[in-house]
Design a protein around this ligand. Structure first.
Ligand SMILES: Cc1ncc(COP(=O)(O)O)c(C=O)c1O
Length: 323
């Protein structure tokens, strides 16, 4: 056993520095060549990679005077950014209001409330399915978020546009993957929501080694960044794949290739990861593993592929992910 982390004095000191785990069974069970490295972001205090972005956005806003002492923070969230912001805002003395679609899992809503957030829940658009948040649903949440910001004269964290979202991963997640792997990464991939993680990690790894390939993952049937027609706007990959083409944090120059993953591929991968590797993670992690399997079975056979286990599977126990 390695020496445990030193005594911490703030929960904020425990954001980041997550383990990197090699997934031997995920490679062997499929008879593939290569290595898979999973960055276990479920070890963050609120259980997801978004804690890093929450901390960086708030720190930067305070440093720039955009957020003043005691001012309310508001964010449109699928739950993970909100849980991270709830922790960060409480620690730094800011009230926090999360605006979320009813389509997200109930665990996320309860977690944010438990962590001290006020949560505004927005009904889904007509015909929408619980557990599947569409672009139309998100537009309704956006309208409500704008109104809540005005009402509280609040600072909006605005994860879809703030560069600090990328910077969090460029300064921490990417370099951690590089160091923990001993510089042995050939490929990075990520299912994108805001694109903050993808852009930040891709930038950091390419600075270390320009030859590293980076693949952007989207839900099959809603792969708008790949330029494909939308045939399936609804999917189960919560927190990602919103079908938005106007993503401020997306940079096509950072994309080696585009991959698509179906709901059932993501579910199968998440279940395998839990049962065989002991990692209880969510839908987007399953999507990342499914995409990594595609690459090892195809153009990246033999490569070392790193990806994020984005959040904890405990956030999905009310869904059909782990029946
Ligand atoms: C579980 C999960 N997976 C993936 C993503 C997408 O990450 P990003 O917004 O950095 O693209 C999010 C974003 O909130 C998320 O919560």
């Amino acid at each position: 056993m390695s020496v445990p982390n030193p005594l911490a004095h703030s929960i904020l000191d425990l954001i980041g520095g997550t383990p990197l785990l090699e997934l031997h069974r995920c490679v062997a069970a499929r008879g593939l060549q290569g290595r898979l490295l999973a960055k276990l972001e479920l070890f963050n205090p609120a259980g997801s990679k978004k804690d890093r972005a929450a901390l960086e956005i708030i720190k930067q806003a305070k440093a720039e005077g955009l957020l003043v002492d005691g001012q309310t923070v508001v964010e449109l969230t699928s739950g993970n950014m909100g849980a991270g912001l709830a922790i960060v805002c409480r620690a730094l003395g800011h009230p926090f209001v999360a605006v979320i679609s009813q389509g997200n899992s109930v665990e996320r809503i309860r977690q944010m409330k438990a962590l001290g957030a006020e949560v505004v829940i927005v009904d889904q658009s007509p015909g929408s399915i619980p557990g599947q948040v569409s672009g139309a649903d998100l537009a309704l949440v956006e309208d409500r978020a704008k109104a809540v910001v005005a009402e509280h004269q609040a600072f909006r964290a605005d994860q879809f546009v703030r560069e600090a979202n990328c910077l969090a991963h460029e300064r921490t997640t990417g370099p951690e993957i590089w160091d923990q792997s001993g510089g042995e990464v050939d490929v990075f991939l990520d299912l994108v929501g805001t694109c903050g993680t993808y852009t930040g990690v891709a930038r950091a790894l390419r600075i270390k080694n320009q030859a590293i390939r980076t693949y952007l993952v989207e839900p099959a049937g809603a792969a708008v960044l790949a330029g494909l027609p939308v045939t399936q706007p609804r999917h189960k990959l919560q927190g990602a794949g919103y079908g938005r083409t106007n993503l401020a944090l997306f940079d096509p120059a950072l994309v080696t290739g585009y991959l698509q993953v179906t709901d059932s591929e993501a579910e199968e991968a998440a279940r395998f990861l839990a049962a065989e590797e002991g990692i209880l993670a969510g839908f987007s992690t399953g999507a990342n593993l499914a995409a990594a399997w595609q690459l090892l079975a195809g153009p990246e056979s033999g490569a070392t592929i790193a990806f994020l286990a984005c959040d904890s599977g405990l956030k999905y126990l009310s869904t059909d992910l782990f029946p």
